[in-house]
Design a protein. Structure first.
Length: 92
């Protein structure tokens, strides 16, 4: 399973990140989008392995307060929904 996630992440484009954000009601500035894309591409394994270590408040200087709040909600929603499933496959 991790191989599927890894292949998906390798192919992930900045436009896909932006489209997902827009779909979820987050309208990122160009700098917010670039930061998000680079952060996700670089850190996805660590975040999936232990999402509780991700402190989104550390990035309050990157995101507008409105976008940061929306990102927190989305992250928590997806983390709760999929974390057990993904964690299991990360340890295999």
């Amino acid at each position: 399973m991790i191989n599927l996630v890894e292949k998906f992440m390798d192919r992930l484009t900045i436009d896909e990140v932006n489209n997902f954000a827009i779909k979820k009601g987050v309208h990122l500035t160009e700098s917010e989008l670039e930061f998000t894309y680079n952060f996700v591409k670089k850190n996805w394994k660590n975040v999936l392995a232990n999402p509780t270590l991700l402190n989104l408040d550390r990035y309050s200087n990157i995101y507008s307060s409105s976008n940061l709040q929306k990102i927190k909600v989305i992250f928590n929603e997806y983390s709760q929904k999929y974390q057990r499933f993904l964690w299991y496959f990360l340890i295999l």
